[in-house]
Every structure is written in structure tokens, then in C-alpha cells.
Design a protein around this ligand. Structure first.
Ligand SMILES: C[S@@+](CC[C@H](N)C(=O)[O-])C[C@H]1O[C@@H](n2cnc3c(N)ncnc32)[C@H](O)[C@@H]1O
Length: 279
């Protein structure tokens, strides 16, 4: 249960890039924060834990829902993202605090009423052990709601950069095994349900979120640059020795076909909204 690779990844360039683009990422992912909070229905005075909180956008929203009696705690392994989360909390005087910890072994000092996460729980080497551990921090009547991505094939916004790159690579990249830690590890909802059940969670309910996301940027080339920098495509292209600017041109062509009437790029996205109770 070491999670070493992901901890190094989120403390390296990935963490720095997420910090640099935090406002844009939060705008892209805001619909999911709203959906999580609507589903989990926080009550004033509850203690809430945001797992894999990143720069804390969801933690801060949750903190203002529960008020300052117990507040909200965000846990993450990424120092660059936690530093930004702490800065944001102090600027907004939010009743939120942040802890650097691996959620797979973290134990809350105070019993948790509600565990939430926006795309922060798909990175565990041993997800059953991690979710069993997280459950131990909840009150017996505690609950959990998180969002995770459906498959890459259902998420055109994430697939487009890879599709632009593939014809330009000397050979197709190796596919990670299904369920390997990463953004699409929980694409299979039956797999997610069995992880949670094996970890002792009850009443598992998984609902689809199907919609469109608006990519950051005021122009197609802005959106393409953003996708080139943040997706897995940048590493893929440089490792394979393909020409980055050719890939960006191809991606720009694809994204242009998704321009809405306001000139923004909106593309299909699909997530699971997963809920369960501790007992
Ligand atoms: C896709 S980002 C989502 C960040 C944030 N929840 C948001 O919506 O902006 C995934 C986050 O999970 C964190 N993470 C990955 N593995 C973790 C672990 N074992 N324990 C705690 N956080 C982890 C990463 O550092 C990163 O901040």
C-alpha cells in the first residue's frame, strides 16, 4: 500500500502544473463539486473530510456548508497543492484546514460525518485497503460521496488529445492494465462497487453524471495548449519522440469542431457519482 509512484507524481511536475492552472481546473471541474455537495447534503456543524483535496476547491465549498463548529479537513499527498489550498483558505477566512497525508493510512483525530472527494480517490495501489482505512475515520452513521471518471471512451474531452497524438507516434503506447492507479481506474462501476463492498462500506449507490465540460481558454488554441500541458499526452509524445507542435495542430483541429455559440470549447464528459455509508 505504498502509493510511492503517485506520491512522487503529484509532488513533481504534475503538482506544479495543477497549481499553475488551479483556477482554470476549478472552473472545468466545478459542476462535479456542486453535484457532490448536492448528493452528500452536508448539515451545519458536521465534520467533513475531503480526500485527495488538491488545491482545496471542494474543501472550501464544504467548509462554508458546515460552518466553523467542526469545519472541513482536506487531505492530500501533494505539497505544492496543499500550500495553495492553505493560502486560499486563509484568504477566504474559511473554516478549513489541510493535512499532508496518504489517505490510505490517514486516520482523522475527530470522527468524520461525511467523506467527500472530487476525483481524488482513484490513485491507490491497494484501493480495498485504502477505503477500509478511510471507513475507520467515520462515525458509524457516517457517509461518503465521491466523483470518479467513467472510461476514456466516454470522455471525449480527455480522449481528444490522445486521438490527436496517436497517428503521429511511431508505435502505439502500452496500455495500462484495467484498474491501474490513475484518473480512469474507477471507470468500471462494478469494480468500484466491489472495492467498496470488500472494504466494508454499505449501501453502495453509483449514479452516472453525463454532460459536457467547458475547456479553459478564450480560443481554440488556448484550450489546445491547456490540454497539451495537463493531459497524459505531453509525456506520451515526448517519450515517443513525436513532434509536439504537430500534435497540437491536430488537437486544435479536433477541438475547433466543438466550439459553442460563445466561442468556448465544450465537450462530452461522463463521471460516476458514488455514495456509500460506513455501516
Ligand atoms: C485529479 S487530482 C484532484 C484534486 C482535487 N480533488 C480537485 O478536484 O481539484 C487528484 C488528487 O489526489 C491526490 N492524491 C493522489 N493519491 C493520494 C493519496 N494516496 N492520498 C491522498 N491524496 C492523494 C493528488 O495529490 C491530487 O491532488
Amino acid at each position: 500500500m505504498s502509493n510511492t509512484d503517485q506520491i512522487a507524481y503529484w509532488n513533481g511536475q504534475a503538482g506544479e502544473k495543477w497549481v499553475r492552472h488551479a483556477e482554470r481546473l476549478d472552473a472545468l471541474l466545478e459542476p462535479f463539486a456542486n453535484e457532490i455537495l448536492e448528493t452528500v447534503s452536508l448539515i451545519e456543524g458536521e465534520h467533513v473530510l475531503d480526500v485527495g483535496c488538491g488545491a482545496g476547491a471542494l474543501t472550501l465549498k464544504a467548509a462554508f456548508c458546515v460552518g466553523d463548529k467542526q469545519g472541513a479537513v482536506g487531505v492530500d499527498v501533494s505539497q505544492p497543492l496543499l500550500s495553495l489550498a492553505e493560502r486560499r483558505a486563509s484568504e477566504r477566512a474559511a473554516p478549513a484546514s489541510f493535512e499532508k497525508a496518504d489517505a490510505a493510512s490517514y486516520r482523522s483525530e475527530r470522527p468524520v460525518d461525511a467523506l467527500i472527494s472530487r476525483f481524488g480517490v482513484m490513485f491507490f495501489d491497494d484501493p480495498v485497503a485504502a477505503f477500509a482505512n478511510l471507513r475507520n475515520s467515520l462515525r458509524p452513521e457516517g457517509r461518503m460521496t465521491f466523483a470518479c471518471w467513467q472510461s476514456l471512451s466516454e470522455n471525449a474531452w480527455a480522449r481528444a488529445p490522445l486521438e490527436a497524438a496517436l497517428p503521429l507516434l511511431p508505435e502505439p503506447p502500452a496500455q495500462p492494465p484495467p484498474g491501474a492507479p490513475g484518473p480512469f481506474a474507477f471507470a468500471d462501476k462494478d469494480h468500484v462497487a466491489s472495492i467498496l463492498t470488500d472494504a466494508g462500506w454499505k449501501g453502495v449507490a453509483i449514479h452516472p453524471w453525463l454532460g459536457r465540460v467547458t475547456l479553459p481558454g478564450d480560443s481554440v488554441s488556448d484550450a489546445a495548449q491547456f490540454m497539451m500541458e495537463l493531459g497524459p499526452v505531453a509525456r506520451l509524445v515526448s517519450e515517443a519522440g513525436a513532434d509536439l507542435s504537430q500534435v497540437e495542430d491536430a488537437l486544435t483541429g479536433t477541438l475547433a469542431t466543438h466550439t459553442d455559440q460563445n466561442g468556448r470549447i465544450t465537450m462530452p464528459a461522463a463521471a460516476w457519482i458514488v455514495s456509500a455509508t460506513a455501516s
